[in-house]
Design a binder for this molecule. Sequence first.
Ligand code: FE
Length: 179
Amino acid sequence: MPVEEQKREGKDDARMPYQLPFPADAGEEIVVPAVIPEDDRVWVPQAENVAFRPLCLSASQGYWMNLLRVRKSGVLSRHRHPQPVHGYVIKGSWHYLEHDWTAQEGGYVYEPPGETHTLVVPDGVEEMITYFQVNGVMLYVDPFGKTMGYEDVFTKIDMCRAHYEKVGLGADFVDQFIR
Ligand code: FE
């Protein structure tokens, strides 16, 4: 029976896929079969023993979803978040100098706007991997809040392009993650 006719009759089959076209301006979905990639070149180095793996780089809304991987213990960085951050710890653990809790493997963390913190990977943790959604901008600051640098979705995209070009995946390898 044609869809129009079913609609008139008020029929609704739970297993019937949505029958109408998606909005013309809607973007493409992103499907990443393995967030931990088989090809290590997908990880983009950002400091010694620190790398990120892009999943969704939202140029249209100014946020990025990525895995952060750290293979060293000690201080990673001190930074301020004007916008919220969500984190899910896939492996290892870490904490902030400014808080008395530890983010544990399997745990979730919400960082409210206004947070300034210093990420530390404790001794004995050989590798930590955390899935982070970072919104807007990260401001790298000194202990008194003076901005020393920043990252946003566009600096992330630039780092990906440069790295993927260098390792032979091609600069446009990052395009699949950009929306
Ligand atoms: Fe942070």
